[in-house]
Design a binder for this molecule. Structure first.
Ligand code: NAD
Length: 335
C-alpha cells in the first residue's frame, strides 16, 4: 500500500472539514452554500483519496456517514432499519461498473433485473403504520436517528392517515420522498418575497424547510407531496419476492407511486431508461436530479447487503446539473 504524502493528508483533512460544514448548512439549516455539482465534486475527490490511501480514513469522515446529526427541535426517533444514502454514478461507464460489481458479487453472468425510479429531489421520510393507521413519521437524520415529524406529515394530503384495501399487516414501514412540485415552489417563493421574507434556493430546500417547521400549521400551508418508494415489514416472510411488487402493494394501500417507474434488464436497458427519463425531465411537474436503479429481487438485495452508507444493490445515476446557486455568500471555505 502506498503511503499518503503530507500533501494528501492535508488535502483530505481540508476536504473533510469543507464537506462537514456544507452538510451542516444543507441538512441542518436547509440552506446550502454551494451548488450540488460542486459538493459532489469535492465528495468524489475525498472518496477517491480514501480509496487510494485507506490509512487516511478517519472515523468521522463524511464519506462513511449519511446526512448530518439531528438538531434538538424534534423528538429523536431511532430507525429500526437504517435509512441510508445511495451511491452515485456520474457516467454510463460508472453505471456499467456498478452492474458488473453486482453480477460479480452474485457470481452470475445473467442479466440482472432492475427497477428504474426517478430520483425526486426532496427528502426521505419513514412512515409507520400500526393496524393500518399512521402512528409515526420521521426524517432520515443521520441515517440511524431521525426527527419525529408526525404532526407535520399528517398535514400532507397525499399521505394516507389510514391504509386502504386489504392485506394490511400489523406493522409496516413505508418510505418515500417528500417534495415540492415546481409550481407550488414558485408560488411559495413569490408569496415569501412579497412579504419581504427569505425565499428558498430550490424546491428541495423548500420541502426540507417546510417539513421541519415547529408549527404544523405552517407546514399545512406549504404545497408538499409524498411519493412512496419502499416498504419494510416486521415479518419479512410476508413481503413479495420483488421490490416492484412491493411498490404495487404500497400503491394499493393508497400511496402515490411514481408512474414513470419501469423495469429494465441489464445495464444497457438501464441506460436507455436513463435517456428516456432525461428527455422527459423538463416536462415533469417536479424536479428530479437523476434516476435510481435498484436490484428488483429482494432475495438478491439481501445477498448483496450494505456498505457503510449505502446499499450495494442500488445506485443513483445523476443527471447533469440543472440549476446553479445564484448567490453564494459567506462561503467560509474556499476551494
Ligand atoms: P442522495 O440524494 O444522493 O440519495 C439518497 C436519497 O435519495 C434518499 O435519502 C432519498 O431521499 C432520495 N431518493 C429520491 N428518490 C428515491 C428513490 N426512488 N429511491 C430511493 N431514494 C430516493 O443522497 P443524500 O445523502 O440525500 O444527499 C447527497 C446529495 O445531496 C449530494 O450528492 C448533493 O447533491 C446533495 N448535497 C448538497 C450539499 C450542498 O451543500 N449543496 C450538501 C450536502 C448534500
Amino acid at each position: 500500500m502506498t503511503k499518503a504524502s503530507p500533501d494528501v493528508i492535508s488535502r483530505a483533512g481540508e476536504l473533510r472539514d469543507i464537506i462537514t460544514e456544507y452538510n451542516y448548512q444543507y441538512y441542518v439549516l436547509d440552506d446550502p452554500r454551494v451548488p450540488d455539482a460542486e459538493y459532489d465534486r469535492l465528495f468524489r475527490e475525498l472518496q477517491d483519496l480514501e480509496a487510494q490511501y485507506p490509512d487516511i480514513v478517519t472515523p468521522d469522515t463524511p464519506t462513511r456517514r449519511v446526512g448530518a446529526s439531528v438538531e434538538t427541535t424534534f423528538e429523536e426517533v431511532v430507525h429500526r432499519i437504517p435509512m441510508l444514502s445511495l451511491d452515485n454514478a456520474f457516467s454510463d461507464e460508472e453505471l456499467r461498473d456498478f452492474d458488473r460489481r453486482v453480477r460479480d458479487r452474485l457470481k452470475t453472468e445473467e442479466d440482472i433485473e432492475y427497477v428504474c425510479e426517478p430520483k425526486l429531489d426532496g427528502l426521505a421520510v419513514s412512515l409507520h403504520y400500526e393496524s393500518g393507521v399512521l402512528t409515526r413519521a420521521a426524517t432520515r437524520g443521520d441515517g440511524y436517528t431521525g426527527e419525529d415529524i408526525t404532526a407535520n406529515i399528517r398535514t400532507i394530503p397525499s399521505v394516507p392517515l389510514r391504509l386502504r384495501g386489504d392485506n394490511i399487516p400489523e406493522l409496516v414501514e413505508v418510505r418515500g420522498e417528500v417534495y415540492m412540485p415546481r409550481e407550488g415552489f414558485e408560488t411559495l417563493n413569490k408569496r415569501l418575497a412579497d412579504k419581504g421574507e427569505k425565499t428558498f434556493v430550490n424546491p428541495r430546500n423548500a420541502a426540507a424547510g417546510s417539513l421541519r417547521q415547529k408549527k404544523p400549521t405552517v407546514t399545512a400551508r406549504r404545497p408538499l407531496e409524498l411519493c412512496a418508494y419502499s416498504v419494510a415489514l416486521e415479518d419479512e416472510s410476508r413481503l413479495p419476492a420483488t421490490h416492484w411488487e412491493g411498490l404495487q402493494q404500497v400503491g394499493a394501500w393508497g400511496f402515490r407511486i411514481n408512474p414513470e417507474m419501469r423495469r429494465a434488464t441489464g445495464a444497457e436497458d438501464c441506460l436507455q431508461a436513463y435517456n428516456e427519463l432525461m428527455d422527459k425531465r423538463a416536462s415533469l411537474p417536479y424536479e428530479i436530479d437523476g434516476i435510481v436503479f435498484k436490484v428488483n429481487s429482494l432475495a438478491l438485495q439481501r445477498q448483496l447487503g450494505f456498505v457503510s452508507r449505502a446499499p450495494r444493490w442500488a445506485i443513483a445515476q445523476k443527471f447533469p446539473a440543472q440549476e446553479e446557486l445564484t448567490v453564494i455568500e459567506d462561503v467560509e471555505f474556499q476551494v
